[in-house]
Ligand binder design. Structure first.
Ligand code: ATP
Ligand code: MG
Length: 317
C-alpha cells in the first residue's frame, strides 16, 4: 500500500521516475544526500519522502531553514545551550541537531548558511558529535543528513561563499530535481491530479481544460515550477469550479509568455523561402541548442513535445 507522501508526490515522466528510483535506493541507506533544483521543484517534499521511506521513519525529520538562521543565534539554535552560557541564556535549550537524534536532519537552503556556522556544522558532520554551548563535554548524535539548495553550490564554492570541504561532505549523492519545463510530459498529468485533489479539498467541482489551454500550459515555462502549477490549479478550482477553462481564463503572466515568443520579428526575404526546409533547419537548430533534449527543443519552438516528434518524423530528423 502507498504511504500518504507517495500519494502526494506526483509524476510519471521518465525524468521524474528516474529521480524517484534513485531516491528510493538512497532511502534504504544512511548516505548523505544533496538535493538540488530550482525553486518550487519539490526539494522539501523529496527530503520528507526519503525520510518516510527510510528505516528512521519512526523518529522525526527535523528541518533547519538555513536561510532564516541569524548568524548570532545560529550556533545556539543548532547545538543548544545551557542556562547561563551567555547573557540571555535563562534556561537550557536543546539544539535542533540533538532533537533529530535517530532521525533525519534536513538542512534546507544550505547555501545560505553563514561561513562561520559552516565550519561548526562541518565539524559535527565529520565527528558525529555535538557540543552544547556552555558545556565542556561533547555528545554523540546519530542523524542522517539531507541538504537542499536552489543555488549551484559548486559555483558558490568557486566564489568563496561556501566551504569546499563542506560541499564535498554534503555532496555524497547529488539528487537533481528536474524543472517542470524539463518534465513537460508531466504537465497534463499534474494538472489533472492536482485539480482533482484540490477540488476534493475545497468540496468543489473539477474544472475542465480545453485542448488549446492544455497545450498552452505545456508550452509555458513555469518559472515557479510545481508550486506555481499547484497555485494555478487551486486558483482555477476556486474561481472557475466546474467550468470549461479556455486560454482567455489563463493569468496574464501565462498569456504574456506566449506573446513574447510569437512576436519575434521575422522578415520574409525578397526571394522567399522554402518553408519545409526552413522548418527542418529550425528543428535541427533547436535540437542542437538543447543538446538533444526534445522537451527543451519543443519549448524553443513553441510546440508540444508530441508536435515536435511528429514534425521530426516528417522531416526524417
Ligand atoms: N512531485 C510533486 N507532486 C505534487 N506536488 C508537488 C510535487 N513536488 C512538489 N510539490 C508541491 O509543490 C510545492 C513546492 O514544493 P517544495 O516546497 O517541496 O519545493 P522546494 O523545491 O523546496 O521549493 P523552494 O526552493 O521554493 O523552497 C509544495 O506545495 C509541494 O507539495
Ligand atoms: Mg524548499
Amino acid at each position: 500500500m502507498k504511504t500518504q507522501i507517495e500519494h502526494d508526490m506526483l509524476g510519471q515522466s521518465a525524468e521524474f521516475e528516474g529521480v524517484q528510483r534513485t531516491a528510493k535506493i538512497m532511502a534504504a541507506t544512511d548516505v548523505t544526500v544533496l538535493i538540488q533544483g530550482e525553486s518550487g521543484t519539490g526539494k522539501e517534499l523529496m527530503a520528507k519522502y526519503i525520510h518516510a521511506q527510510s528505516k528512521r521513519n519512526s523518529a522525526s525529520i527535523v528541518t533547519i531553514n538555513c536561510a532564516a538562521l541569524p548568524e548570532a543565534l545560529a550556533e545556539s539554535e543548532l547545538f543548544g545551550h545551557i542556562k547561563g552560557a551567555f547573557t540571555g541564556a535563562t534556561s537550557d535549550q536543546c539544539g535542533r541537531i540533538q532533537s533529530a537524534h535517530n532521525g533525519t536532519l534536513f538542512l534546507d537552503e544550505v547555501g545560505e548558511l553563514p561561513l562561520s556556522i559552516q565550519a561548526k556544522l562541518l565539524r559535527f558532520l565529520e565527528e558525529g558529535e555535538c557540543q552544547t554551548i556552555g558545556q565542556t563535554k561533547t555528545e554523540k548524535v546519530n542523524v542522517r543528513v539531507i541538504a537542499a539548495t536552489n543555488r549551484d553550490l559548486y559555483k558558490e564554492v568557486k566564489k568563496g561563499n561556501f566551504r569546499e570541504d563542506l560541499f564535498y561532505r554534503l555532496n555524497v549523492v547529488p539528487l537533481d530535481l528536474p524543472s517542470l519545463r524539463d518534465r513537460q510530459s508531466d504537465i497534463t498529468y499534474l494538472i489533472n491530479h492536482l485539480s482533482a485533489q484540490l477540488a476534493a479539498k475545497h468540496r468543489l467541482d473539477v474544472p475542465r481544460y480545453n485542448m488549446q489551454t492544455i497545450e498552452h500550459c505545456q508550452r509555458y515555462a513555469w518559472p515557479g515550477n510545481i508550486r506555481e502549477l499547484k497555485n494555478f490549479c487551486e486558483r482555477t478550482v476556486i474561481l472557475l469550479s466546474g467550468k470549461t477553462i479556455t486560454v482567455d481564463n489563463l493569468p496574464l503572466e501565462m498569456k504574456a509568455d506566449q506573446k513574447t515568443k510569437t512576436s519575434v520579428p521575422y522578415t520574409l526575404p525578397e526571394g522567399g523561402v522554402v518553408l519545409e526546409k526552413l522548418e527542418a533547419q529550425l528543428i535541427n537548430q533547436a535540437m542542437d541548442k538543447s543538446h538533444g533534449n526534445q522537451s527543451k527543443a519543443a519549448r524553443l519552438l513553441g510546440l508540444t513535445r508530441s508536435a515536435l516528434l511528429y514534425r521530426m518524423k516528417k522531416h526524417a530528423i
